[in-house]
Design a protein around this ligand. Structure first.
Ligand code: PHE
Length: 463
């Protein structure tokens, strides 16, 4: 029996394996689907700039905090808080994370399922006929295709099932044999594909207009909303605030350098988001008949606009197949990390076997995902309650921000930064970013997140 079997928790094989797996968690629909959508909705380049600053000052800070707590405790989020402050209510923050993970998975897997469905549709050539329509008409037909697909309970549930089944399979194989092995294959494939697609988009005639919307900030577009959504996007995209990085951190060896690991994950996450924007915006702006206001539509960007683009582009079908493969890969390495948090909890705290834990959580997430899956006109009551959009607001934005707030307060004022520094410095003798990180974790991150949460509450109340 090898140590992996003896120890159900497992460990990463190397630092680079961790970076692949953690970037796999971070890079996902959040970068390729949600980020360009936010850029479109929230002012273009100024959002991009605010997002990058949020990642540097707050995202990196909270990521290093989560990795440090996780590696120190070698446990899932619930166990980690309980290990560092036994018997204190802090473990509730861990429970909050486990629950948030299952809920995020429940709607995230639905969108991942759409990507699977669209990969299939592109492969069989469903979107070819769009090329015969002019801009506006093409938009309407594409919209109908999307609505028919997302409102078809059978198709949507089959796609959802495939995503959850694949995720459960990988998680049941464990840290080294599952997550690490698959991330090592899937992440390089993803980088390769995304670079090909970005080059393709940049060489489209007229790409400059899209690029300038995307990269030339207009200060007049800046407001509180931009900050709120940029910080929220940073948490979502970096998988922060629910203990994913704590759990992944718990499998890191004491010798590894947490600071540079966190840096690499943040860097690759931002890079992929930026590249996704480079694919989307020039492509959108150079497609005749598609006016930029189309990407104000929430689900529109990817699932309605892209098929039109594909159909009208030379070699578009190949581009489309590559794109949806990419989206699916990115989504799967993230669903894996969402499922790993509750699985690790059941293994560590309830002594379950990995395979049983993965199966039970997988099945529960599938059942929980059904309302989201059917909330696009398939079932009236779910549609009316806007289940998916509200899940994203509550769990994908608010709960992650609350989680990140508690994590920074816990580290700074309960566990204390001097203890955290001991953990960080065990693998990094010369922590040159120490003053930067200390100011951010103690003051900047909690204050900014707190203000943002107050802003959300006021906004929700005043409608
Ligand atoms: N970071 C993932 C993405 O960008 C989503 C995610 C959020 C994963 C929270 C785990 C935890 O798609």
């Amino acid at each position: 029996m090898d140590s992996q079997e003896l120890n159900q928790r497992g460990n990463w094989g190397s630092k680079i394996a961790f970076i692949f797996a953690a970037s796999g968690s971070a890079i996902g629909l959040g970068n390729i689907w949600r980020f360009p959508m936010m850029v479109g909705l929230k002012g273009g380049a100024i959002f991009v700039l605010t997002y990058i600053l949020s990642v540097i000052f707050i995202g990196f800070t909270v990521m290093l905090a989560e990795l440090t707590i996780g590696r120190h405790a070698k446990k899932n989020p619930v166990g980690a808080f309980n290990f560092i402050k036994p018997g204190s209510p802090w473990k509730l923050v861990g429970y909050m994370g486990v629950i948030t993970g299952v809920f995020i998975l429940s709607y995230y897997a639905v969108v991942a399922g759409w990507a699977a469905g669209y990969l299939y549709k592109t492969t069989i050539g469903t979107f070819r006929r769009l090329s015969t329509f002019s801009g506006e008409e093409a938009w309407e037909v594409s919209d109908i295709i999307f609505k028919n697909f997302s409102a078809n309970p059978l198709e949507v549930l089959i796609c959802l099932f495939i995503v959850i089944a694949l995720t459960t399979f990988v998680i049941s194989k464990g840290v080294k044999g599952g997550i690490e092995r698959w991330s090592k294959i899937l992440m390089p494939a993803l980088f390769f594909l995304i670079i090909i697609l970005a080059v393709r988009a940049l060489t489209l005639p007229g790409a400059e207009t899209g690029l300038s919307f995307y990269l030339k900030p207009k200060l007049s577009e800046f407001n509180a909303d931009v900050i709120f959504f940029a910080v929220g996007q940073a948490f979502f995209s970096l998988s922060l605030g629910m203990g994913t990085m704590m759990t992944y951190g718990s499998y890191i060896s004491k010798k590894d350098n947490l600071v540079s690991s966190a840096g690499w994950v943040c860097f690759s996450d931002v890079l992929v988001a930026l590249l996704a924007g480079i694919i989307i915006f020039p492509t959108l702006f150079t497609t005749p008949g598609i006016s930029p206001d189309k990407f104000q539509a929430e689900t529109g960007l990817m699932f309605q606009v892209l098929p039109i683009v594909i159909s009208k582009m030379p070699g578009g079908n190949i581009f489309g197949i590559l794109f949806f493969i990419l989206l699916l890969i990115a989504a799967l390495t993230s669903t894996i990390s969402l499922l790993e948090v509750p699985t690790a909890y059941l293994i560590d705290e309830r002594n379950w076997k990995r395979s049983k834990a993965a199966f039970v959580i997988g099945l529960s997430s599938f059942l929980l995902a059904i309302p989201s899956a059917l909330s696009h006109e398939a079932v009236k009551i779910f549609t009316k309650l806007k289940i998916m959009a509200n899940m994203d607001l509550i769990f994908g934005n608010i709960m992650l921000a609350i989680g990140a707030l508690f994590i920074s307060i816990f580290l700074s004022y309960s566990w204390k930064t001097k203890n955290a520094l001991k953990e960080i410095e065990s693998g990094n003798k010369h922590f040159s970013l120490k003053p930067f990180w200390l100011i951010n974790i103690k003051f900047l991150a909690p204050i900014v997140i707190f203000i943002i949460l107050i802003f959300i509450i006021i906004k929700t109340i005043t409608g």
